[in-house]
Design a protein around this ligand. Structure first.
Ligand code: FE2
Length: 228
């Protein structure tokens, strides 16, 4: 029978893996390069925001995650269960920040490169069946995302029943925490829009649809539905 100490340690390890959606490897996390230039998304999102958001905010989540994991490994080596449990919030928060932003960068593309264009296919059909139209889906996402208190994300997901769904998560929580597979994330943190939109968050939500990479979202939908 496993000791309480071992069970605690395994819980922390499992949570870390869940936060990252993969096996955690000591000090191995890095910020993925963008597939495009910082000014790709202008005028919807400025190069200045993209540079800060990617190079500073995302990089900080990754740096803090690596530090927390290093401490976790040290605590595990010492058998210090209390320290392992205490590290869990930092691993969840920074791991979520890393995963969420990694999805977000791929979800975006400039208008001149196809941003905002959802072509015919299974995802478009599923959206129309569930929400009536792409415009109506955008209204649902924007409405829910605007309702977040404080910082968080709006998401188009596949829910545990294999249906398209719209959910929000607080702070850097991930849809996978509630069993949803993320397809498209809208970063509703102030750092994502404030330099461009100031306090008019609604305009950011309205405009971001012009730079959504629906090819990436459709690929994620195909991958998600292959599990049902
Ligand atoms: Fe962000």
């Amino acid at each position: 029978m496993l000791s309480t100490k071992t069970l605690f340690a395994r819980t922390v390890q499992t949570t870390a893996r869940r936060a990252l959606g993969t096996t955690t490897t000591r000090g191995k996390h890095t910020v993925p390069d963008l597939d495009y230039d910082y000014n790709e998304l202008e005028p919807v999102i400025s190069a200045k925001i993209m540079q800060l958001h990617h190079d500073k905010h995302h990089a900080t989540y990754v740096a803090n995650l690596n530090v927390a994991e290093e401490k976790l490994h040290e605590a595990q080596a010492k058998g210090d269960v209390a320290a392992q449990v205490a590290l869990q919030p930092a691993i969840n928060f920074n791991g979520g920040g890393h995963v969420n932003h990694t999805i977000f960068w791929k979800n975006l593309i400039g208008e001149k490169n196809g941003g905002g264009q959802l072509h015919d296919g299974v995802l478009k059909s599923a959206i129309e069946n569930k929400y009536g139209s792409l415009d109506k889906l955008q209204q649902v996402v924007n409405g829910k995302t605007a309702g977040i208190f404080g910082s968080g994300w709006g998401w188009l997901t596949v829910n545990p029943s294999g249906q398209l769904d719209v959910v929000t998560t607080a702070n850097q929580d991930m849809p996978s925490n509630i069993g949803h597979i993320p397809l498209l994330g809208v970063d509703a943190w102030e750092h994502a829009y404030y330099l461009d939109y100031n306090n008019v968050k609604a305009d950011y939500f309205k405009n971001i649809w012009r730079v959504i990479n629906w090819k990436d979202v459709a690929r994620r939908y195909d991958e998600a539905m292959s599990k049902f």
